[in-house]
Ligand binder design. Sequence first.
Ligand SMILES: *Cc1c(COP(=O)(O)O)cnc(C)c1O
Length: 365
Amino acid sequence: MKPTAPEYFNIIPPYVPGKPMEELEREYGIKDSIKLASNENPHGPSPKAMEAVKHALTNLHRYPDGAAPELMESIASKMGCQTSQIVLGNGSDEVIDMLAKVYLNAGDEALMTEPSFMMYSISALAQGAKAVKIPLTQDYRHDFDALAKAVTDKTKIIFLNSPQNPSGTVITKEEFEPFLEKVDPSILIVMDEAYIEFNRNSEAVIGLDYLNGDHTVVTLRTFSKLYGLAGLRIGFGVMPEHASQMLNRIRPPFNINIPAQVAALAALSDSEFVEKTLETVHNGLDYLFDALKEMDVVCYPTQTNFFMIDLKRDAKAVYEALLYKGVIIRPLGSYGFDNHIRVTVGLPQENERFVKALKDVMTGS
Ligand SMILES: *Cc1c(COP(=O)(O)O)cnc(C)c1O
């Protein structure tokens, strides 16, 4: 007899990551590939963060300070919240997982959109809870009427994502507030804002505005995207203290390693890098939308550092053909969109290479 995992583990879907460049180059014998698949920062990590990591190397034999006081202070002042309302995670992925562990039991329901970030359902299913998925609307927005109707007495968490991955749409205040009124305050609301820094729509809702309200609204932020620290794994949740106290009971005491702590602290004050990144992304989007205009595809407006394209044909085949040209993008079949791809904005020369490759592939040259 082998040890057995709980029965409900068998329905946890595997996470599908963007293809790593090394793997592509090894498998296809290609050099100089570009990856526009995982919404990473095209400029690399924040230079201030890299410098801070160098200085931290001599301390690698030490355990990190799990309380990360300096970083917590810096985040609190940036977010306008108390340090006691912040929970750091090994990526915001880990905060999602801690929320599921604390608030979901077997038989409970977590409500989310379809498609949505895979960690919501993976973490819910691992608790034996049900992932209840409500399709996005025709124009790829959260369907708040349907979400409100799907709430049952088993619903414990509602995962919202603004700007949404993979659609790039934001939730507006006007959509969110009537919904919040309909939801019982016993249900925890997660507002995943992994890309909020790229947003330029003034109507977008900001989760932090509801931090001290009647509902328990948890805002998730990450250092993986704007700050270019995806490889270090650090993100955080901002939530009412009753929630942070519960999460801290199960938070692994050393979950944020020393390089991640110092890098995040330095990156937060690297305004030059932040400005440069935003400029690259916003200019890149202008270029890409303009360059793709003449093609028979649909590019969807976005408030993120990526955008979705309806190719009006099987995206998997286009994805494969682009791989042969050393261009990695994300086909959205695993998100339920067979004709769509998701493309991360790169450096100008990467964007140009993508446009040329896509045109060649689509015209068969
Ligand atoms: C990238 C991303 C995150 C951040 O994940 P980390 O674990 O912080 O790297 C969270 N939510 C969504 C929707 C994302 O796309």
